[in-house]
Design a protein around this ligand. Structure first.
Ligand SMILES: [Zn+2]
Length: 437
């Protein structure tokens, strides 16, 4: 009976190695992670030095084929609660009531040679996107400058005012001393068809390690599954390697439209074509396929907000359109990602015109549908709790080609565009005067 015991021991040790994160290494008999093309082909091979040295005769039997990967526990903590004794893991926490910075990104460009190829979209991509390389450097800089991530859902809460009506309040955050809290949001993480020809990941998938990877095609048309080519797995990996960048486990809030599906899955109905049983069956398959990815994202600190179903202009005053669109978002996106009280304005366009002090018809309607945090785009991480209605409005900053070129000074507290920008591969569209200082 010696053999089963040693086999068990070996398995336990391997499990323990896998459970502590083990630097991505897979146990010898675990399934291979997805194909890797990023020069990390070796990392899937077990390092003999890390494995116990079993007698060859005692080699563990192959794992049963259906065994699902065991995800490492992922802790999500509440930043509105001071840790007992004011400390956690030897780190001192302090109350924070200052500005919570808010940066938003679009999907990042995996292959700049496809994005900046001089076609009709190249300049728009230059305006609104950053490359993988730039995104990595931005993360490094934010980390060096002692920013930490918090979830947007923890910054404000709904409460009842003295007059008995609901209102929003800003929460005190308890954060590691010396750090500055920051919210991330990612807009349009839908992987629109136009992005697919322009050097972006095509969709999110689950790797055989149970983690979120991106899937796409390289410029030669070869399939690539990677954790280094999309802002979602890149941030997951960054937090694995720098857990103190996200002491509460927060990642980003994903701002989703619905008209071309979500996360690379075509979960939408399409009013433009005659809807058939076959189309509906395909849509239902896509809905089923995206569910485990949503679940894994939620489990690991990602949250979701609405970016309207059709990326519509909320300043249009067309109430019938706004109402139909909102219902469609609930039906096709909310039904998958769950309830949210966060709305990200498409084009940054405020409802009812630009006067944020007013509360117009469209704003009231959207608030009545459960939205409480209304995010626009601006020149600072401005926020304002509305007095006449239970809602908060906030602006986000936007690291992208536009601000890298033209707003270097404004973003210096986060990073220096001079250190970030891939000038060699972007089109030559000029640089702001503050690049000379
Ligand atoms: Zn958008």
């Amino acid at each position: 009976m010696k053999k089963p015991i040693s086999l068990l021991l070996v398995l336990c040790m391997l499990l323990a190695l896998a459970a502590c994160g083990g630097q991505e290494r897979t146990a010898p008999d675990a399934p291979n992670p997805p194909a890797q093309t990023e020069g990390t082909a070796d990392s899937s091979a077990p390092d003999p030095a890390d494995a116990p040295e079993p007698d060859p005769a005692d080699s563990p039997a192959p794992a049963p084929e259906e065994e699902p990967p065991v995800p490492a526990e992922y802790l999500i903590l509440d930043p509105t609660v001071m840790p007992e004794g004011g400390q956690r893991d030897g780190v001192t926490y302090a109350a924070y009531d200052g500005v919570v910075e808010h940066l938003f990104f679009h999907p990042v460009i995996a292959y700049p040679e496809l994005a900046f190829d001089g076609d009709a979209q190249a300049n728009g991509l230059d305006d609104f996107m950053v490359t993988v390389n730039e995104f990595n450097k931005i993360l490094d800089s934010l980390y060096e400058k002692d920013y930490i991530l918090v979830d947007i859902g923890d910054v404000w809460s709904e409460t009842t005012g003295e007059d008995g009506t609901p209102k929003m309040v800003r929460n005190t955050l308890y954060i590691p001393e010396g750090k500055t809290p920051m919210v991330f949001s990612y807009d349009d993480t839908n992987y629109y068809p136009y992005m697919l020809e322009n050097g972006f990941a095509h969709k999110l998938v689950l790797g055989e390690d149970g983690k979120v990877w991106s899937w796409g095609l390289d410029p030669q048309g070869q399939e690539v599954t990677s954790r280094d080519l999309d802002a979602i797995p890149i941030l997951d990996k960054f937090v694995e390697e720098h857990p103190d960048f996200s002491p509460f486990g927060a990642k980003a809030c994903l701002s989703l439209t619905g008209y071309e599906g979500i996360l690379g899955y075509r979960t939408q109905t399409d009013g433009a074509v005659e809807w058939t049983e076959a189309l509906e069956a395909n849509r239902q398959r896509e809905r089923e396929a995206v569910k485990p990815i949503i679940e894994e994202l939620r489990r690991t600190g990602w949250t979701f907000g609405s970016h309207t179903w059709g990326h519509i202009r909320l300043g249009s005053g067309n109430m019938a359109k706004i109402q139909a669109d909102t219902q469609k978002w609930f039906d096709e996106v909310g039904s998958l990602v769950g309830e949210t009280d966060i709305l990200f304005y498409p084009h940054g366009e405020r409802p009812d015109g630009g006067d944020w002090k007013q509360t117009g018809e469209a704003f009231k309607y959207l608030q009545s549908q459960g939205f409480r945090v209304f995010c626009s785009v601006g020149v600072e991480s401005f926020s304002f709790i509305k007095k006449d209605i239970c809602a908060v409005i906030c602006d986000r900053l936007h690291p992208d080609g536009k601000t890298l070129r033209w707003s270097r000074n404004r973003y210096l507290r986060f990073y220096d565009a001079k250190d970030i920008m891939d000038l060699d591969i972007r089109p030559d569209l000029g640089l702001g005067e503050d690049w000379n200082s």
